[in-house]
Write a protein that binds this ligand. Structure first.
Ligand code: PMP
Length: 407
């Protein structure tokens, strides 16, 4: 394994040596999207220079090469999340599309009038709205698990919501707004004990945790490439093979069919049944390259380093009396989500931006969570293993400046 050295890692990410607003970039918006290492950028470049062709056509050598790289990437994803077989890996545009796929296929087939779907209050909108749309159209009921004031899910409340009527629990592995890690294994086991299926939104987990879908025993797992050092426009839906087999297709078109006639059409086998149309070939290959990049390292070392960064930032927070961290005493990843009492988050974000410091402010696509916590938004600094303590120092110096300026 490659030794962990933050400076050599930073050298892998070209954008990190750029200047923004005349200052050295401090990129602390990794929760929104991660930066890309040269290895991933090269994979895209190389694909268009030496491979570009359509896949699964078997027409010529280039097409065979594209197909081979595309399918190898699928196998990398399979191993990355420890799925049982490649048929369980469906390419999507991202987490959002993966969740909508499940809602519109498995959901429409298995959820009817009076059934219940459980989500949590801290979900990203993309793990709420697809279920609202489904429930409204079939007459089912959507029930949110309460969140405690510290940002943890209220498991006692979850147990009261679960019943024979529960058909599905859709739960985030890690909250994007707070970084809180949810006890998904416990949530899954409880749901299964009542016969409900579970979808895990792993958008924020894939870049930070080692994911093992077989150990979790989740029925579906969704994540996006762009948050784990790959490009936008590519993501993954994992589903247990027997469940995917039982589901009707979603989009119709090329690739997803076996035989088409006006008397009736038969569908392709997994995973192609859910991959209508020409896929994002370079995106899949580049996601494979991002996995290769990560797997050079002992990933526990990356996580340990991120943990040190967040501990350091949390300690520094004590020097700013106005700073209130949301979710500080929870089991969480490297996210510092906070309010500065007396200051508007958006104003603070703007002044940080002028200093080349990128954070996200606002509701983080989790409006129900903000409502539940009585906040109209937070400032979120989300760290990756390429960030440094010196950058944490820049953030805090930037916050002091913002306070002086906005006072
Ligand atoms: N779920 C969570 C927890 C997220 O953080 C995000 C992205 N912010 C999404 C879902 C949606 O991902 P995408 O926009 O890549 O589809």
């Amino acid at each position: 394994k490659r030794e962990f050295d933050v400076q050599s890692i930073r050298a892998d990410f070209p954008i990190l040596s750029d200047k923004v607003n005349g200052q050295d970039l401090v990129y602390l918006d990794n929760g929104a999207t991660s930066q890309k290492p040269q290895m991933v950028i090269d994979a895209i470049d190389d694909y268009y220079q030496h491979t570009n062709s359509n896949v699964h056509r078997g027409a010529h050598a280039l097409s065979d090469k594209a197909t081979q790289l595309f399918e190898e990437a699928r196998e990398k994803v399979q191993h990355f999340i420890n799925a049982s077989c490649r048929e369980e890996i469906i390419w999507t545009r991202g987490t959002t599309e993966a969740i909508n796929l499940v809602a519109q296929t498995w959901g429409r087939e298995n959820i009817t009038q009076g059934d219940e779907v459980i989500v949590s209050t801290l979900e990203h909108h993309s793990n709420i709205v697809p279920w609202q749309i489904l429930c409204q159209s079939v007459g089912a009921i959507l029930k949110p698990i309460n969140v405690k004031a510290n940002g943890e899910l209220d498991l006692a409340h979850y147990k009261t919501l679960l019943s024979e009527k529960t058909k599905l629990v859709a739960i985030g592995h890690i909250s994007n707004a707070l970084g809180v890690i949810n006890p998904v294994k416990e949530i899954i086991d409880l749901a299964h004990s009542l016969g409900a299926k579970v979808l895990v939104d792993g958008a924020q987990a894939a870049p930070h945790l080692m994911i093992d879908v077989r150990e979790l025993d989740c029925d579906f797992y969704a994540f996006s490439g762009h948050k784990m050092f790959a490009p936008t426009g590519i993501g993954v839906l994992y589903g247990k093979q027997e469940i995917l087999e039982s589901m009707p297709p979603w989009h119709g078109g090329g690739e997803m069919i076996e035989k088409v006639s006006f008397d009736g059409t038969t569908f392709n086998k997994l995973p192609y049944k859910f991959e209508a149309g020409t896929p994002n070939i370079e995106g899949s290959i580049a996601l494979g390259a991002a996995i290769d990049y990560l797997e050079q390292f002992d990933r526990r070392e990356l996580a340990q380093y991120e943990h040190e960064l967040i501990e350091y930032a949390t300690e520094k927070a004590k020097t700013i009396p106005e700073m209130r961290i949301v979710g500080s005493d929870c089991n969480k990843t490297s996210v510092l989500s906070f309010v500065l009492e007396g200051f508007h988050s958006a104003d603070v974000g703007m002044i940080l931006d002028q200093q080349g410091i990128a954070v996200r402010t606002g509701h983080h696509c989790a409006m129900p969570l903000m409502d539940a916590l009585g906040l109209n938004g937070t400032i979120r600094a989300s760290f990756s293993f390429y960030n440094t303590k010196a950058e944490v120092d820049r953030l805090f110096a930037g916050l002091e400046k913002a306070k002086t300026f906005l006072m």
